[in-house]
Design a protein around this ligand. Structure first.
Ligand SMILES: C[S@@+](CC[C@H](N)C(=O)[O-])C[C@H]1O[C@@H](n2cnc3c(N)ncnc32)[C@H](O)[C@@H]1O
Length: 354
């Protein structure tokens, strides 16, 4: 299409192209033509996933989730000028390397449509298709008889994708979603109101709110686990728009992982489990770390790998933790004394907690 990113602003050539190509025949531009057009513009400007980006944006403006779910008749129907303008506005954001999820302002995760707002972390496929199904499967096996009302704590809830999906799948569970970023907790609340309007929500800004929830059955987290030195290699989409604290796990990627494991030793029930999404280098590191911290009474149980070779580590709690010392209690919540907490159901008065 003859648009080079080297020629000044990436937006300018696109506007020119739109004028050249479509101004005279605005009424006649069809969906398929516009998808191809924007795909070419994206490609010419080095935008990754050019075809998918174009399809998602055009379909979104036409009221569909995907290009495949558009009505066949709409593929060859001319688009209105307003629709073209809307598409152009959204494509201009994509040209600035904004992730398509932020451009659209929403994204599907499992069966839920969730709002997406920068800089809150966009849920990834490995979490959707590896971590969550595995937790559900393990829970079915391990908790079927153990607990009628499993209490689940998610550390680092971001948009609420994991916590809200678990609530949908396990309607009798109590889910506590926690994040240190206020923007993340606010988005989780917003998404909770939209996908589970019937649910009780409590909201607060301190870890003390975890206490009434008592011991939990499951701790789940997709923590920041990128090794700090790898952060600079991340795509522009991430570096420009997402909260880097959601990804940066410190020098060994283990900063928050260690905090969660320490928290787990106090908060987990004896037969409870921790599920963490981690870097492929982490299972060995976590195993070694747990061996050098026998006082935590957590044992490494299993690793699960997906097709991309991402790993997940699953330590299984083996025994009762030591009673926390007076000074130990706050230290357990190393996740942050300023963590924001949102509990998504009311703590029920069931026997386990009576
Ligand atoms: C990789 S994102 C995961 C978000 C969401 N669970 C998902 O999978 O889409 C990590 C999240 O952990 C949060 N976080 C980072 N450090 C934390 C800490 N010390 N305590 C609580 N949350 C933390 C970040 O704000 C971010 O929302």
């Amino acid at each position: 299409v003859g648009v080079s990113p080297a020629k000044g602003s990436i937006l300018k050539p696109c506007k020119q192209m739109l004028r050249q190509n479509f101004s005279d025949k605005a009424e006649q531009v069809t969906t398929t033509e516009l998808v191809s057009y924007w795909r070419d513009v994206f490609e010419a400007n080095g935008i990754p996933e050019a075809q998918e980006s174009s399809e998602y944006i055009v379909s979104h403006v036409l009221g569909a989730k995907t290009f495949q779910t558009l009505k066949p008749s709409s593929l060859f129907t001319p688009l209105t000028k307003e629709q073209q303008q809307q598409i152009q506005q959204l494509c201009a954001k994509r040209l600035q390397r904004m992730p398509v999820q932020y451009v659209l302002g929403e994204w599907d995760f499992q069966d839920l449509t969730l709002k997406m707002k920068p800089p809150v972390f966009i849920p990834r496929p490995e979490t959707e298709f590896l971590l969550l199904p595995w937790v559900s499967e393990q829970r079915d096996q391990r908790l079927r008889d153990a607990s009628l009302y499993p209490v689940i704590l998610e550390v680092g809830c971001g948009s609420g994708a994991v916590a809200l999906s678990l609530l949908s799948k396990l309607p009798h569970s109590q889910v506590i979603a926690l994040d240190k970023a206020e923007a993340a907790v606010n988005l989780t609340r917003e998404n909770a109101e939209s996908v589970h309007p019937e649910m009780n929500q409590e909201f607060g800004g301190s870890w003390e709110q975890l206490v009434p929830w008592g011991p939990v059955d499951i701790i789940i987290s997709n923590p920041p686990y990128v090794f700090h030195e790898d952060m600079t290699h991340l795509e522009a989409e991430i570096l420009r728009y997402e909260d880097l604290d959601a990804l940066d796990g410190g020098d060994d990627g283990m900063r928050v992982i260690k905090e969660i494991l320490m928290l787990a030793s106090y908060l987990l029930k004896d037969e409870g489990s921790v599920f963490l999404e981690v870097d492929p280098r982490h299972p060995e590191m976590v195993k070694n770390w747990l061996q050098s911290h026998p006082d935590l009474l957590l044992s490494f149980s299993a690793t699960h790998k997906d097709f991309c070779a991402w790993g997940a580590v699953y330590p299984h709690h083996t025994g009762p933790p030591d009673p926390p010392s007076a000074s130990g209690v706050p230290d357990v919540f190393l996740i942050d004394s300023a963590a924001y907490v949102v509990s998504l159901t009311e703590p029920p008065a069931h026997p386990a907690r009576a």
